[in-house]
Ligand binder design. Structure first.
Ligand code: FES
Length: 231
């Protein structure tokens, strides 16, 4: 086992563990956004930054522990808040206009005290892909964390998704280009399950309109309805 310190607490973790593992073993936590325990760490969002041995920030989700390492949580809170601000800055305002129970991003902003009105959010829309019966892509909500892309390849083994675009315009897209309905998606739902913002959802889940405005029921007894004809 390897001994490390989380602030003043000593904890032992197995070789190969990450700083995030050590922090959790010590009964502490740091926010994460691009991380999913089931997936290979990407360390792309910088929301989990912690101080390592007083030498500056490292991503807790991907950095391996070493013997005697001192992880500073109390001294690094502002780095994590800045990391979150950098993720959100430049997104369409709608990205933070999602119910908190549907969005890790919104919950994290509340948790870290990142107020939407203090961010340089932009107006306009990057569009919605309604083409698929089981997966809806709302590009305005995408933060390009890549969790869906990794879930598609690492959980499902399908490799149907990719990230496309540059800078703040980067969004998930079918690897084949074009509409989701024309992609290699097998409708497993792994991408929807891991998406931290609601950019990928079951059609209708985040639709604020009354249900009768976006569903077409297929029989008089079905209370769920089909969303193939979403406007
Ligand atoms: Fe660690 Fe995103 S959660 S960098």
């Amino acid at each position: 086992m390897i001994q490390v310190f989380v602030d003043e607490s000593s904890v032992e973790v197995a070789p190969g563990s990450t700083l995030l593992d050590a922090i959790q073993a010590a009964g502490r936590s740091v926010p994460t956004l691009c991380h999913d325990d089931r997936l290979t760490p990407a360390a792309s969002c910088r929301v989990c930054l912690v101080d390592a041995d007083g030498n500056g920030p490292v991503a807790a989700c991907s950095t391996p522990v070493r013997a005697g390492l001192r992880i500073g949580l109390a001294t690094s809170a502002s780095w994590r808040r800045d990391g979150l601000r950098a993720v959100v800055a430049g997104l369409p305002a709608r990205a933070l206009d999602v119910p908190g129970d549907r969005s890790e991003l919104v919950r994290l902003c509340e948790q870290l005290g990142v107020a939407p009105e203090t961010l340089p959010l932009v107006s306009g829309s990057r569009g919605v892909d309604h083409s698929h019966p089981y997966v809806k892509l709302d590009r305005d909500l995408c933060i390009a964390c890549g969790r869906c892309v990794r879930a598609c390849s690492e959980i499902q083994g399908t490799f149907a998704l990719t990230l496309t675009g540059r800078g703040p315009d980067t969004v998930v897209a079918p690897g084949t280009g074009g509409l989701w309905s024309d992609s290699d998606c097998v409708s497993c739902g792994a991408c929807v399950d891991t998406c931290p913002t609601g950019a990928l959802s079951e059609p209708g889940l985040l639709d604020p309109r009354p249900i009768e405005q976006w569903t077409r029921t297929t029989c008089g007894y079905c209370g769920v309805g089909c969303t193939l004809d979403v406007a």
